[in-house]
Write a protein that binds this ligand. Structure first.
Ligand code: FEO
Length: 401
């Protein structure tokens, strides 16, 4: 009888043996409307090697896919490129089931795996640039510290020109198809951008360094095999090009206006600011937080030049949805933005000052002094909103090439 889950051949001696998570909709605060995959790869070298594992609840699915190619007990090596639990969660159980000869990780990865699994995992280490012999094949390992964890590394199977890029170049997208060229290009670009913005944005300068390093090494890549989403066997230059562009975060004539509202006054301000931005030839993207997820806000910022944040004042503070969004954005360190704050208030209006403090903490250059309107904006207040939009557009014009 065939195993319930089957492997997919990726190259001559490499198979995808991961798992598809059709159900996940929240990935540590990131909305994953299209689900995800946890990719693991089996290399049928003299030393049969498993590259990464899957999230713990998907262990049996992975073992079933492995069994469609080879008995899992025949695995000699397991290489852990990254110890975050979506890739290592099943590792202790897989080790118990498979009893491999060795488990390998980066130096920091070995430490991290043992810190995660207090039962202890006997892990051999590979250094940056070191080649792990699989007998008739060679797996070269490169540390990619802080892309996006301290332990992260990528590995390259020279004989088949397959780059196991771990979280890099991945996306959260569940699909029955395994290869990017079988999927809609618009969806791929959207999900790849969302992944970059929500996972890799804080480390954008390191992405640039990694792309430079791969270029210097002249490593030919026939297959780009990430740990999430589809595998790239065509258009690899295109996805590398996207990363090059996103990592620069060059300001563009696009402004993200993110806000929440209590009695529609702050919403009216936001819409009027949007009119001013449009009049100033800036693409305005209004994201009311009642219907917009924080992870979509940061994705919109990837190709924007301005962030305008609006909140009513409630009990002397900004709205909780606005605080949530700003906390999330602050951690992701969007760069090269100008910004502004606005909102209506009834009694004291502290929210605008708090937003300005947060934007300054994100190294965002502030335009204006924060636009406060008491209760409902009248014609004069709406004129000031429109002017703020036009002022931001003018400042954007000075920094956009
Ligand atoms: Fe997909 Fe950083 O784990």
């Amino acid at each position: 009888m065939n195993p319930a889950f089957q492997a997919t051949q990726v190259s001559n001696r490499v198979y995808w043996v991961g798992a598809i998570d059709w159900a996940i909709r929240d990935f540590h605060g990131y909305s994953t409307g299209r689900g995800t995959t946890y990719n693991a790869y089996l290399v049928l070298a003299d030393k049969i090697t498993l590259i990464d594992t899957v999230k713990a609840p998907f262990r049996e699915e992975m073992l079933s896919r492995i069994a469609s190619v080879v008995e899992p007990e025949k695995i000699d090596y397991i290489v852990s490129n990254h110890s975050e639990m979506d890739h290592s969660g099943s590792l202790p159980e897989v080790i118990r089931a498979v009893r491999p000869e060795r488990v390998f990780a980066s130096t920091i990865g070995a430490k991290t795996l043992n810190e995660h699994f207090s039962a202890g995992v006997d892990v051999g280490t590979v250094k940056d640039g070191e080649t792990l012999s699989l007998g008739n094949m060679n797996l070269k390992c490169f540390e990619t510290r802080m892309l996006h964890w301290p332990d992260s590394m990528i590995s390259y199977l020279a004989e088949e020109e397959v780059l196991f890029s771990q979280d890099g170049f991945g996306m959260h997208l569940a699909s029955g198809e395994r290869f990017a060229d079988e999927l809609d290009k618009g969806v791929l670009e959207e999900e790849a951008a969302k992944y970059f913005a929500n996972i890799l944005m804080p480390y954008a300068p390191l992405v640039t360094k990694l792309l430079d390093r791969l270029g210097v090494l002249g490593v030919p890549v026939k297959v780009l095999a990430p740990d999430h989403g589809p595998i790239w066997r065509r258009d690899i230059e295109r996805v590398l090009g996207y990363y090059g562009t996103w990592a620069k975060q060059a300001p563009a004539r696009k402004a993200v206006v993110v806000y929440d509202t209590m009695w529609q006054s702050t919403a009216l301000m936001a819409r009027t600011i949007g009119e001013g931005l449009t009049a100033g030839n800036v693409h305005a993207r209004l994201l009311p937080l009642g219907s917009s997820h924080r992870s979509d806000v940061v994705t919109e910022l990837l190709d924007a030049g301005a962030l305008l944040v609006g909140s009513p004042t409630m009990n002397n503070h900004m709205f909780p949805t606005v605080a949530d969004c700003l906390t999330y954005l602050k951690g992701l360190k969007p760069a090269n933005l100008i910004g502004a704050a606005f909102g209506s208030y009834g009694w004291s209006g502290e929210a605008i000052g708090h937003i300005l403090d947060e934007l300054a903490g994100m190294k965002i250059r502030i335009v204006g002094e924060g636009l406060k309107v008491k209760y409902v904006p009248d014609a004069g207040a709406l004129d000031r909103c429109r002017s703020l939009g036009m002022q931001v557009a003018e400042e954007l014009g000075k920094v956009c090439t």
